[in-house]
Design a protein around this ligand. Structure first.
Ligand code: DI6
Ligand code: FE
Length: 406
């Protein structure tokens, strides 16, 4: 019995907690069998001579190996763009004011409803390819630009198709509760009733979503409306997560945590009570510095509070046409450090170990035997370099589910 591949001469940032920084193992070896990690550890502990252990032996050049990167929060399937709104914000309009005037998310809803599935896939592929260039091997993609059954289903199908077209594992979230659609203007409760009675059950029946998400905010849905949505999700056996406390403190994070949410995301206005409830429930804090940067927010999420309470922190691109037209997870690592004062190690844990947890995936996010063989070999000598440089992609080789990505 031999492994398919054995990599030698690695500096392995396993991201396993509790030991060396980054879980670093010097002069490491990695054995791969099928889509799994068969073995990882110091080379001197290998159970035999390399040539006898694997069909293929490869040299890692002494470079850094990390888990494959996980972008656990994106809205990358959509039509059109919002460059005009970018200009309007530079002229002084606020994100909230543009949304209230029928622009914002609703402008992307209009553009997305016009595209068929092929066109949605074609529009979204360049964004996915940009993320893959940065070593992403798992990506979460939300719906939420349809706000009607047919278009929401089409977005989710397009997302699943992207995962078949590229070497990446796509996880989907149903975000029908992203905004109140124009057809229901002034009648949000009726829209939430439709979400619960028709849209979400249909999505669940077709197996198109791995989780249910919502936007709890003054310009979106109240905690009471989100609670109804989450009750339906629970009945259908789907995990939940929530956009919470992005622009104001609505108490969304505590609600999400009380519902056992995988994550609460954004969190600029997170209260002590919200953070404590998250800590108690084990809900991951997904921070989105791209939106903070693009909207020129002033209040950063309470990172010290999250640290003190032991809330796991993830980082994601939030790739979307309005608040975060960002298609680079390495840039997000830098923003997490520069804007939110995360350490490079915390930032890297945020796109590996904690991002996996935010998606409820126990089979990835660290380098350990038995887990999915998702890894990236970077042409760097130390993992801090990944968060440090901007616009330089030092990716050498990506391994996704055991296969080398061309
Ligand atoms: N918060 C955000 O930052 C994105 N969605 C959300 O709930 C923005 C989406 C957009 O502006 O299109
Ligand atoms: Fe988002």
């Amino acid at each position: 019995m031999a492994w398919d591949a054995l990599w030698l001469n690695l500096s392995a940032a396993t991201m396993l907690p509790g030991g060396a920084p980054y879980g670093l193992v010097a002069d490491a070896a990695l054995g791969i069998e099928g889509d799994r990690i068969a073995w990882i550890g110091p080379r001197r502990d290998l159970p035999g001579p390399p040539q006898a252990l694997a069909h293929r032996v490869q040299d890692g050049g002494g470079f850094v190996l990390t888990p494959g990167l996980i972008d656990c929060h994106t809205h990358l399937v959509y039509g059109g763009n919002r460059a005009r709104e970018f200009e309007m914000r530079l002229e002084g309009a606020s994100y909230e004011a543009i949304a209230r005037a029928g622009g914002g998310i609703l402008s992307t809803v209009r553009a997305t409803r016009e595209l068929d599935e092929d066109a949605l896939v074609a529009a979204s592929l360049p964004r996915l390819d940009a993320l893959l260039r940065d070593g992403v091997t798992t990506v979460e993609i939300k719906s939420g630009y349809g706000l009607e059954t047919a278009t929401e289903l089409r977005q989710l199908r397009a997302a699943r198709r992207l995962g078949a077209l590229r070497p990446v594992d796509v996880r989907t979230s149903f975000l029908g509760a992203h905004a109140v659609p124009p057809e229901f203007a002034g009648r949000p409760d009726e829209y939430v009733a439709l979400l619960c009675a028709e849209m979400l059950p249909r999505v669940a029946a077709e197996g198109l979503a791995d989780a249910v998400d919502g936007f709890c905010e003054r310009i979106a849905f109240t905690p009471a409306q989100i609670a109804r949505l989450f009750a339906t999700a629970r009945r259908l056996g789907l995990p939940v997560k929530l956009h919470a406390e992005q622009l104001s403190d609505q108490g969304g994070a505590a609600l999400a945590a009380e519902c056992g949410a995988l994550s609460a995301d954004h969190l600029e206005y997170l209260s002590e009570h919200g953070a404590a409830t998250m800590a108690h429930a084990g809900t991951v804090a997904v921070l989105l510095p791209g939106a903070f940067y693009v909207l020129r927010e002033r209040q950063a999420p309470p990172v010290d509070r999250l640290r003190r309470l032991g809330v796991p922190i993830a980082l994601a691109s939030d790739c979307n046409p309005g608040s975060s037209p960002v298609c680079s997870l390495l840039t997000i690592l830098n923003m997490g450090c520069t804007l939110f004062r995360l350490t490079p190690e915390e930032a890297l844990a945020g796109v590996t170990r904690n991002a996996a947890r935010a998606l409820g995936l126990a089979d990835r996010g660290v380098l350990a035997a038995g887990l999915r063989a998702d890894a990236v070999l970077w042409r760097v000598a130390h993992p801090a370099e990944l968060a440090y440089a901007i616009g330089l992609c030092p990716r050498g080789v990506t391994i996704c589910a055991g296969g080398i990505v061309p």
